[in-house]
Design a protein around this ligand. Structure first.
Ligand SMILES: NC(=O)c1ccc[n+]([C@@H]2O[C@H](COP(=O)([O-])OP(=O)(O)OC[C@H]3O[C@@H](n4cnc5c(N)ncnc54)[C@H](OP(=O)(O)O)[C@@H]3O)[C@@H](O)[C@H]2O)c1
Length: 302
């Protein structure tokens, strides 16, 4: 049971109704922080209306905010990347962030800002491990990240803070892991493409701890956020083991996945390794840097 304490900071999470926002809210509340969330459809206590596309917001709590965390953006993996969807993915991030930048002067107590971004911003080259100083890549996601981060900079001109390039978030409550679990549960799980392609990932608890750490340490700059990089085959096999399900299907061919998912198949087919050295050097310790420790926290026994 969490108890909000008056001497603790107030956090405002833009896009707080999603997967990360839900977990982050519990994480902060458990530590006594007061949490408000900006959402386009407020339903519960603590949720505040905004509509960044229309430049609308309920301003009543803005002067109380100490920490602003910006997660808002249309879900990247849920729909086919048509031209229209791509425009929504981009504008939902850039517009909301620019809108937040425009209302920062009303947040008179604001001390710290965290802008979410994505680690899929480098030109994936097998066997290269990307650190934050690598240039942006050239595909759609890299373009989204570049424009999103440049919008974050408009906020960071006004308040100190950091940009977190988040990798695939592993949570027992949804997101990518949920999608991977379903076929494995039904006995038709398989690695995709060659299976040797790597993806960076982070346990949701570590991500939440890292956000709190960033605030406590008043981190500045841009950080890759990942517990480790794992191949698709490794992840599928470890997951099946922890779910106690057999895995006997051949890999799903890349061409079939591209046919099924269209361009967003890059989310599972690209071969990217990123470095978490910068955040470790800043003093952060990941609790979960292996798939087994992560899945153990979700499933208890293999
Ligand atoms: N989950 C991951 O694996 C992962 C990895 C890397 C980066 N990220 C980034 O981290 C952020 C949060 O991720 P998540 O998994 O929690 O996402 P999510 O579950 O899809 O939630 C996204 C949030 O953004 C808000 N939103 C969606 N479209 C919007 C729009 N047009 N205008 C304003 N707000 C909008 C939604 O709020 P309402 O609908 O309530 O307004 C929702 O709360 C995202 O920007 C995502 O790109 C996530």
């Amino acid at each position: 049971m969490s108890t909000v304490r008056d001497d603790m900071p107030t956090v405002l999470i833009a896009g707080g109704s999603g997967l990360i926002g839900g977990h982050l809210t519990r994480h902060f509340k458990d530590r006594g922080y007061r949490v408000y969330k900006l959402t386009r459809s407020p339903k519960k206590h603590g949720q505040i209306y905004w509509n960044p596309a229309q430049g609308k917001i309920n301003t009543s709590k803005l002067a109380k905010v100490d920490i602003l965390i910006n997660l808002a953006g249309e879900n990247i993996g849920s729909k086919r990347w048509t031209t229209e969807r791509k425009a929504q993915i981009l504008s939902s991030r850039v517009q909301s962030t620019e809108f937040l930048a425009s209302i920062i002067p009303q947040m008179t107590r604001l001390k710290y800002y965290i802008g979410a971004s994505g680690v899929n911003c480098y030109d994936a080259i097998p066997d290269e491990v990307f650190s934050e100083d690598a240039p942006y890549g050239h595909d759609f996601l890299a373009q989204v990240v570049q424009d999103w981060e440049s919008a974050h900079q408009q906020v960071l001109k006004q308040v100190q803070g950091a940009i977190l390039r988040i990798s695939m978030v592993l949570s027992r409550h949804g997101g990518s892991l949920q999608l991977m679990k379903q076929p494995i549960y039904w006995g038709v799980g398989a690695a995709v493409g060659p299976g040797t392609q790597s993806s960076p990932w982070v346990h949701i608890d570590d991500l939440c701890r890292l956000m709190l750490f960033a605030y406590d340490q008043r981190l500045k700059g841009t950080y890759n956020v990942l517990g480790a990089n794992s191949t698709n085959k490794e992840m599928t096999q470890r997951l099946a083991k922890w779910m106690k399900r057999p895995l006997f299907m051949p890999n799903i061919p890349a061409f079939f996945l591209r046919f099924l998912l269209g361009e967003r198949a890059v989310l599972v087919l690209s071969d990217l390794k990123a470095s978490n050295q910068k955040i470790i050097d800043a003093g952060f310790t990941f609790k979960y840097s292996s798939l087994d420790s992560t899945f153990k926290s979700f499933f208890k026994k293999p």
